[in-house]
Design a protein around this ligand. Structure first.
Ligand code: COA
Length: 173
């Protein structure tokens, strides 16, 4: 797989409609924790406002080297004491999947987390059946720690969630 260049930039007001669109894209939403139900524009705007003010979340938009919007990388529930956070990535348009953008975005997000924010541990919850995301994180050095049984409820079913983590000492450039 080629390694495209991506850039992370701050989440902007202009991203609200993009968040709204991907939150309502079934193939994206089925894997999401935050935007799981039909999401309104005002929900997306409220999310943007909340993230902008938050001391414990950092959300970045991912762009291609030509400035095309691709998705987002989120660092959530940051503990400044333990230096941990929950980490996630979304590539918004399924037509962009399989081109190496998520792996590049995760690498960029890991660099922000460890270099800029000096975090120590990143934790990723992934649906057990999301084999693409699980193997991507493992390839990037994340360690599968365990299964949270029937942790998530979606569309009438309880589903297992796998937790993977990466420590700053394990980072693999
Ligand atoms: C999961 C997701 C982030 C992957 O994004 P992507 O841009 O397609 O991923 P990449 O192209 O960087 O590929 C990552 C790896 O998955 C593999 N992969 C991608 N699509 C695949 C497919 N359909 N089948 C099998 N493997 C696939 C790639 O070969 C690559 O593996 P490699 O690093 O060994 O070469 C994207 O599908 C998505 O946003 N899904 C919805 C949200 C989500 O699931 N987020 C993850 C939970 S945090």
């Amino acid at each position: 797989m080629r390694r495209p260049t991506v850039k992370l930039r701050a989440l902007e007001r202009g991203d609200v409609d993009r968040l709204y669109r991907y939150a309502n894209t079934a193939r994206v939403a089925e894997h999401q924790v935050s935007f799981r139900l039909p999401t309104s524009r005002s929900d997306a705007k409220a999310f943007y406002e909340r993230m902008r003010r938050s001391q414990t979340d950092r959300v970045f938009s991912v762009e291609s080297s030509r400035g095309r919007y691709l998705g987002s990388v989120g660092l959530h529930d940051i503990s400044w004491l333990d230096r941990t956070c929950e980490f996630g990535v979304v590539i918004a348009d399924p037509r962009d999947w399989g081109r190496g953008y998520a792996a590049a975005a995760v690498r960029a997000g890991v660099a922000v987390a460890f270099d800029r924010l000096q975090l120590h541990r990143l934790e990723v919850p992934v649906l057990a059946r999301n084999t693409v995301a699980r193997s991507m994180y493992e390839r990037l050095g994340f360690f599968p720690e365990g299964i949270l049984r029937e942790r998530r409820f979606f569309d009438g079913c309880y589903e297992d969630v796998v937790v993977l983590s990466l420590l700053s000492s394990e980072r693999d450039d």
